[in-house]
Ligand binder design. Structure first.
Ligand SMILES: [Fe+2]
Length: 250
């Protein structure tokens, strides 16, 4: 099982790796985390996909304190071999793909301030851990995400990387899935944003059936609400799509 696999060598990402000193978070920062989680949970309990909610529980996230990545990883690694690994901020593409391909999720450890509860342009631990990491406890999503990193690590042409960035955007960040006849949220940009989720759930964007060609060619704008989202029927679909993308690009 991947949990016992040796720690991978991360040469490209090495300059960005940091340690999380959990003892340095202040009581006020824990209170901000609690407020963020408290704002999101009522909506997510009804509208997040079951895999997200299961993951939140299974990796031991708490509503009242900022996660200690060491504790998260103790619970996450035996499930899928993924690891939330502390980094200093945005990574360049090659370093990011190297980590994803090694089942290491680059995780920022800073937390937004109370003044920017709804939105922060920079990633933070709320977006990265609350938004992303619970899905990494799901075996198929876990395989999909690693596969995504492996594909991207092998690409060099900008147009191919742009296409794969769209696949990431419309799945990992803003993906939705149909479950029991309803649209459920799984993308981290939706999970971690009350405004984006409310917009989606109130019928703002068009919801198209997931189509790889359409996704690879659909531009997105990170600074406005999404006009179109893509619904999958299962997470196997995005795993297969990533393998299909590999055969078409590069
Ligand atoms: Fe994200």
């Amino acid at each position: 099982m991947a949990a016992t696999a040796p720690v991978p060598t991360l040469s490209l990402a090495a300059p960005y790796l940091v340690q999380q000193d959990w003892s340095r978070y202040t009581a006020d920062q824990h209170a901000v985390w609690a407020e963020l989680v408290g704002r999101r949970m009522p909506q997510l309990e009804e509208h997040a996909c079951q895999e997200y909610l299961d993951g939140f529980h299974n990796i031991g996230l708490r509503r009242d304190v900022i996660p200690d990545l060491a504790t998260v990883n103790t619970l996450l690694a035996p499930r899928t071999g993924w690891n939330a690994t502390a980094v200093s901020g945005y990574l360049p593409g090659p370093a990011f793909f190297e980590m994803i391909a090694a089942r290491r999720f680059p995780t920022t450890i800073t937390l937004r301030s109370r003044e920017s509860l709804e939105y922060t342009p920079e990633p933070d631990i709320f977006h990265d851990v609350f938004g992303h990491v619970p899905m990494h406890a799901h075996p198929v999503f876990a395989d999909f995400l690693q596969s995504y990193g492996q594909v991207c690590a092998g690409l060099t042409r900008k147009e191919d990387l742009d296409r794969m960035a769209r696949l990431f955007w419309f799945t990992v960040e803003f993906g939705v899935i149909r479950q029991n006849g309803k649209i459920k949220l799984y993308g981290s940009g939706l999970i971690s944003s009350h405004g984006e989720s409310t917009y989606v759930l109130s019928g703002g964007p068009e919801i198209h059936d997931f189509d790889l060609d359409e996704v690879l060619n659909r531009d997105f704008n990170i600074s406005e609400m999404q006009k179109v989202l893509y619904a999958v029927e299962s997470f196997d679909q995005i795993y297969e799509a990533t393998r299909e993308a590999r055969s078409r690009l590069g």
